[in-house]
Design a protein. Structure first.
Length: 284
C-alpha cells in the first residue's frame, strides 16, 4: 500500500469519526432538557384594536415531549401545589381570561384548560401543512426562514431557525425543521416572539397536583371552543349564577342555574364579538 493511499484512508477514517461525532452530538442535544420563553402580544378586544396586552408562555422540552403553559399560571400552580395562596399572591399571579396548557408527545397533543370552575381536556393529532418559502431574515442572532400555514380558521406566518434544531413552537405549532422564533397571524391580532432559550437539568412536563387532583371533563376541540366562548360572553351576574349552578355538566351544554337564568344552549355566538380567539373555525 503506497504512502499516498495510506494517508487518504487515514484522512477518510478521521472524517467518518468527525461526522459520527456530530451526529451523536445532535442526538444528545435533542434528548437534553430545554426551556423556551415566548412573549405573547395580543389584541384582546375587537372594540379596542389599539389595546395590545402582553403575557409570557413557557415551552419545556425533553426528547419528543413538550409541555406548554403560561408563565404566571405555572408560578401560581407551583405555589398552590405547596400551600394555600394569599389574596395578594392570587392577584400577583393572576392569569388571562383563558389560560391553557398543552402536552405534546410527537404529534399527539393533549389540551387542558379551566373554564369557570371546571377543567376540560381534549386530544388532537397535530398535522400542519407548512409552505416553506425562500424568504430569509435575521431575528436577534438567528438566521430565520419564513413558513406559512393555516389552522383553526386563521392564516399564520412563522419565522423558524435551524440554528436551534428542535421541532418546536408556541401554542400548538410544530412540524418545521427548526424552532419557531417569531410567529403571527395574518390579521396581526396574535404575535409570539422567542425571548429566551436555556438548557436545563430538568423541566416540568406534567401538571401540578393543583390541576391533576381536580375533576377533568373530557371533550372535543370544537365543543370546548364553543363552550369557552359562550362562558366568556356571559355578563357578571350570569357568570355568578352559572358558578352557583351546582354540578351541572358544562361541556354537554346543559349548564343552567336553578332559576334557569343561565342557558348556554341559547347563548348566541354573535354576543362574543368583543373577544379575540386564536381558534375560530367552529364559528358559523
Amino acid at each position: 500500500m503506497t504512502t499516498v493511499l495510506k494517508t487518504f484512508l487515514a484522512a477518510f477514517m478521521l472524517l467518518g469519526i468527525y461526522f459520527s461525532g456530530l451526529k451523536d452530538q445532535k442526538k444528545d442535544f435533542q434528548v437534553k432538557s430545554h426551556a423556551f420563553l415566548y412573549k405573547f402580544d395580543f389584541k384582546h378586544h375587537t372594540n379596542r384594536p389599539d389595546l395590545i396586552l402582553t403575557d409570557y408562555i413557557i415551552v419545556n422540552k425533553k426528547g419528543d415531549t413538550t409541555f406548554t403553559q403560561f408563565y404566571n399560571q405555572m408560578k401560581r400552580d407551583s405555589l398552590s401545589s405547596l400551600r394555600r395562596l394569599s389574596g395578594q399572591e392570587l392577584f400577583d399571579y393572576r392569569v388571562n381570561e383563558y389560560p391553557y396548557s398543552i402536552k405534546t408527545v410527537k404529534n399527539n397533543s393533549v389540551f387542558t384548560a379551566e373554564v369557570g370552575d371546571q377543567y376540560f381536556q381534549y386530544e388532537e393529532q397535530l398535522q400542519f401543512k407548512w409552505n416553506i418559502t425562500d424568504s430569509i431574515r435575521k431575528i436577534n442572532s438567528y438566521t430565520c426562514q419564513l413558513a406559512t400555514t393555516t389552522y383553526a380558521g386563521r392564516k399564520w406566518k412563522a419565522w423558524f431557525t435551524k440554528d436551534l434544531p428542535f421541532d418546536l413552537g408556541p401554542y400548538k405549532f410544530k412540524g418545521l425543521p427548526g424552532t419557531i422564533v417569531e410567529m403571527n397571524d395574518y390579521d396581526n391580532i396574535f404575535k409570539y416572539s422567542l425571548t429566551a432559550f436555556k438548557e436545563k437539568k430538568e423541566v416540568r412536563l406534567e401538571h401540578f397536583p393543583s390541576v391533576t387532583q381536580q375533576p377533568i371533563e373530557t371533550t372535543t376541540r370544537k365543543d370546548f371552543n364553543t363552550h369557552q366562548q359562550a362562558y366568556l360572553a356571559l355578563g357578571f351576574d350570569e357568570r355568578m349564577a352559572y358558578l352557583s349552578r351546582g354540578s351541572g355538566g358544562i361541556v354537554k351544554l346543559q349548564s343552567a342555574s336553578d332559576d334557569n337564568e343561565v342557558d348556554l344552549n341559547n347563548k348566541s355566538l354573535n354576543e362574543m364579538d368583543d373577544y379575540q380567539f386564536i381558534e375560530i373555525d367552529h364559528i358559523e
